[in-house]
Design a protein around this ligand. Structure first.
Ligand SMILES: [Zn+2]
Length: 334
C-alpha cells in the first residue's frame, strides 16, 4: 500500500503528497465532496505518510507506525466523529488540549474531524482559534459531505480541498476486476451510484431493481388513461412510518426514472441515461406522457425531496406528484 493505491481524485492525492513532502501542507484542511469519494481514506493515507518510519514521502503499511495507524492506536493520530447526532464541545476540548502536544512517536500529529458539519455551534466556535493558528507539528483535517452546513467562520480558516465524484466509466473500471457485481450490470451500477465509489461497492442491485420495478409501474399507471388511482395504490405504502428509510431511497429511484424520460424526449444520446438498460421500455412509457407532464412531475418531486428534512406530509406530497404526472386537471396549491 502507498499513495498510488488511492482510487480516483488523482490531482487531490498528488497535491497532498507533494505538499507534505515539500513541507508546505497547510495545517488546517477541509476535505469536501460527496460521500464515498475517498475523503476519509485520503486523511488516513496522509496520517501514515506523515509518520511512516521507512519513507519520507510515501508510506509502507508495514512499519510500527503504519501498523498502529491502521489499527487506530497510534498516539499521534486521533479522529473525532459525532457522538449521537452531533460532535460535542467536550470532544473539541479534548482536541484543543491534545493539539499542542509535541508528537509522542511520529513526526506530525494528525487530528481528523469526521462529518464536521455535525459540529454543534459551540463546539465549532471552540476550535476557531486552534484552526487559525495550529502548532506546526499538528495537522487538522475537517471531513464533510455538506460543506455549506459548516459555519463560514470555520470554512474560512481552513484550506478547502475539493473531491470530485467518479465518472461512470471510472467506476466501471474500478469495479470490473473486483467482481462485486456481474460484468453486464456495471454500466448501470456506474450510473446509479451517482459518482460515489462507496455507494457502488455497497449497492444491493437486486433491491434497486425491485424498487425500480415498483416505481416504473407507478409511472406506467400515470401514463395510462386516468389510472392515477392505481399509481396511488402503489406509492401509498411509502408514506407509512414503517417505510421511513425506503421513502428517500424510492423517491430517488423515481427521480432518476423521470430524468431519463425527460432526456429521451429531448433526444439525448442513450449514454446519458441513468437506467441505461431500460431505454426501450422508458421510450414506450414516455410516449404516453407529454413533456410538460414530466417537467411538472419533476418539479413536484423536487419540492417533495427538499421537504424531507422538514415535517413533510408524505401522503399529500406523493398525491400531488402523481396528480402532476397524470396531468389530471388542476393540482392543489403547493
Ligand atoms: Zn510505514
Amino acid at each position: 500500500m502507498g499513495w498510488s493505491d488511492f482510487l480516483g481524485n488523482a490531482p487531490v492525492r498528488d497535491l497532498m503528497r507533494r505538499s507534505l513532502a515539500e513541507g508546505r501542507l497547510p495545517s488546517s484542511l477541509l476535505f469536501a465532496g460527496i460521500a464515498g469519494v475517498g475523503k476519509g481514506t485520503l486523511a488516513h493515507f496522509l496520517s501514515k505518510a506523515a509518520n511512516c518510519q521507512k519513507h519520507e514521502d510515501d508510506f509502507c503499511d508495514d512499519c510500527g507506525s503504519c501498523r498502529k495507524i491502521e489499527q487506530r492506536v497510534h498516539p499521534d493520530v486521533r479522529s473525532y466523529a459525532p457522538d449521537g447526532a452531533f460532535i460535542k464541545i467536550d470532544q473539541m476540548r479534548d482536541l484543543i488540549r491534545e493539539v499542542f502536544f509535541k508528537p509522542f512517536e511520529g513526526r506530525r500529529r494528525v487530528f481528523v474531524i469526521d462529518q464536521a458539519h455535525r459540529l454543534r455551534l459551540e463546539a465549532a466556535n471552540a476550535i476557531l482559534k486552534t484552526l487559525e493558528e495550529p502548532p506546526e507539528t499538528s495537522i487538522l483535517i475537517l471531513v464533510t459531505d455538506a460543506p455549506n452546513d459548516l459555519p463560514g467562520t470555520l470554512r474560512s480558516r481552513c484550506q478547502r480541498i475539493q473531491f470530485y465524484p467518479f465518472s461512470p466509466a471510472e467506476l466501471e473500471s474500478i469495479l470490473r476486476p473486483r467482481s462485486i457485481h456481474p460484468a453486464q450490470d456495471l454500466p448501470l451500477v456506474g450510473r446509479i451510484s451517482r459518482g460515489s465509489l462507496g455507494r457502488a461497492l455497497n449497492l444491493d442491485l437486486q433491491q434497486y431493481r425491485e424498487a425500480r420495478g415498483e416505481m416504473l409501474e407507478a409511472i406506467r399507471a400515470c401514463a395510462g388513461a386516468l389510472s392515477y388511482h392505481r399509481a396511488l395504490r402503489i406509492t401509498e405504502p411509502l408514506a407509512s412510518p414503517r417505510q421511513k428509510g425506503q421513502f428517500e431511497f424510492k423517491t430517488g429511484v423515481l427521480y432518476d426514472l423521470l430524468r431519463d424520460l425527460m432526456l429521451i424526449q429531448l433526444g439525448a444520446p442513450g449514454d446519458n441515461l441513468t437506467n441505461i438498460d431500460l431505454r426501450s421500455e422508458l421510450s414506450e412509457i414516455g410516449s404516453a406522457l407529454t413533456f410538460g407532464q414530466i417537467v411538472d412531475a419533476v418539479g413536484s418531486l423536487d419540492r417533495l425531496m427538499k421537504g424531507l428534512g422538514r415535517n413533510l406530509n408524505k401522503s399529500l406530497a406523493l398525491d400531488r406528484f402523481l396528480f402532476r404526472l397524470s396531468g389530471v386537471g388542476a393540482t392543489p396549491p403547493t
